[in-house]
Design a protein around this ligand. Structure first.
Ligand code: SF4
Length: 241
């Protein structure tokens, strides 16, 4: 047996899982590249799961998705966009009627104000078109960086940042890509270590992984292809040593 094969055998755990490469932790470029490769392998075609036919619909659906599942937003958005197909129609909606229409998504009064305010501004200041820059999007009522990044990335293909929703927040901490709690700081950390041409897909991939495998309460670590690279404290199988 060659020395390399002997070492590999010695490093192998009783579980049969290979040992984690020693010294490759945190945001080491080789580790980040390995994480990106594994996300690509698992989710090569990850994309936004909010149904939309144009940037305006995606903007409205993203506002509705706060504290709500994409599935429920997709149910609500069908009758919503049938009744209010344009920014003009939502800008001049009857607030009580709109509230009832989006009520199943929760926080419907605040969301009504945001949607009507954003629609009004789009009509009055952006000629009825959703603006294509982070700076302009952030002037719309109810739009913060997360929503702006979703719209820029998924509607226009513009990588202005990384979407940090609840899944990206949880997974980037579990994967030790950041130690921050604040979404803006997490986004800055991710933008430093993930290549810009991967920002859009990377956000979708983390969100997909968070929904399907690395769930908040009980991550399915045995099913996770990132497991050899993960040393999260709350993983549900012990790491290989
Ligand atoms: S090993 Fe577990 S905790 Fe780590 S990324 Fe995979 S599912 Fe999440």
């Amino acid at each position: 047996m060659t020395p390399r094969k002997t070492a590999r055998k010695r490093n192998k755990k009783k579980s049969g899982r290979p040992a984690r490469a020693p010294g490759i932790t945190g945001i080491h470029p080789r580790r980040v590249a390995a994480i990106l490769d594994k996300l690509n392998a698992a989710y090569p075609a990850a994309e936004c799961e909010l149904h939309h036919e144009n940037p305006f619909q995606l903007l409205v659906s993203t506002i509705l998705s706060a504290q709500c599942t994409d599935e429920r937003v997709n149910q609500v958005s069908v009758p919503l966009f049938a009744k209010y197909p344009t920014p003009e129609s939502l800008a001049h909606a009857n607030p009580s009627e709109l509230e009832q229409c989006i009520r199943p998504t929760g926080f419907f009064r605040n969301k009504t104000k945001s949607i009507m305010g954003a629609s009004k501004k789009i009509v009055e200041e952006f000629a009825g078109q959703v603006p294509k820059s982070m700076e302009q999007l952030l002037t719309l009522p109810g739009v913060a960086r997360k929503t702006a990044n979703v719209v820029l990335g998924s509607a226009f293909g513009i990588a202005s940042g990384v979407v940090v929703d609840t899944h990206v927040l949880r997974l980037s901490r579990r994967l030790d890509l950041t130690k921050q709690d604040d979404p803006r700081k997490i986004e800055q950390d991710l933008m430093k270590v993930v290549p810009q041409d991967r920002w859009i897909l990377f956000s979708h991939q983390l969100i997909w992984h968070g929904r399907r495998v690395c769930q908040a309460r009980k991550p399915k670590c045995l099913e996770c292809n990132l497991e050899p690279l993960c040393y999260a404290k709350d993983r549900t199988v012990p790491p290989a040593r």
